[in-house]
Design a protein. Sequence first.
Length: 181
Amino acid sequence: MDTLCLHFINSEFRDFRGRWVKDDLQQPEWLQQFLAKWELHIESLPDATVIASLVSLRTLLSHMIGSIANGQFGDNDIALLNTILSRIPMQRSLKKEAGIYRLELIPLKKDWDWVHAEIVASFVHLLTEHDPERLKLCANPHCRWAFYDDSKSRTRRYCTADKCANLWKARRFRARHKSDA
Ligand SMILES: [Zn+2]
C-alpha cells in the first residue's frame, strides 16, 4: 500500500544485512520529491530544527508500529500525535462535485506544522480505515521496513521475500544445523 505515512517512515532505509543506513530526510532533493508526490506544497525550506522534528516524528511512528505487535500504543504516544494534530486549525466546508456532496476539511495554515499534521493524519487514517494489526515492521532486525500486510493470511513478516526473508531463513537453518552437530 502506497501511503504518505509509510513513505515517510521508510525514508530511513537500512541495508538488509545491517551494513549501512541511508537517511533520505537529510537529502533536500528527496524531501522535495516527497512533498511534491503528496501535494504538500510549502514555500519555506526546512531548517535544522524542522529536520530534527521530522526525524523524531519518524522515530515515534516507527516505534508505534512496532508496539502494535506487542499489544497497543501507550497513552503518551497518542498524546504526542494529538499535539501535532492540534497545531493546525481546520475549517469545515460543504462541497458539491459532480452532484455529490461532501464535507471538506481545509487547513488554515500550510507550514511545516501542517506537513507534520498531514503525516500524522495519514497514519491515523491507516488505523481507523484499515486494519491496524496489518501494520508491521519487517521482522529482519537490520531492516525494520514499515509495511501494510495485505496478504490473505495476514502472516507476512518480512518486507521482501528475496532479501530479508531468505537471509533469516538461511540464518535459522545454519543455527539449527550448528545445534545438531
Ligand atoms: Zn526487510
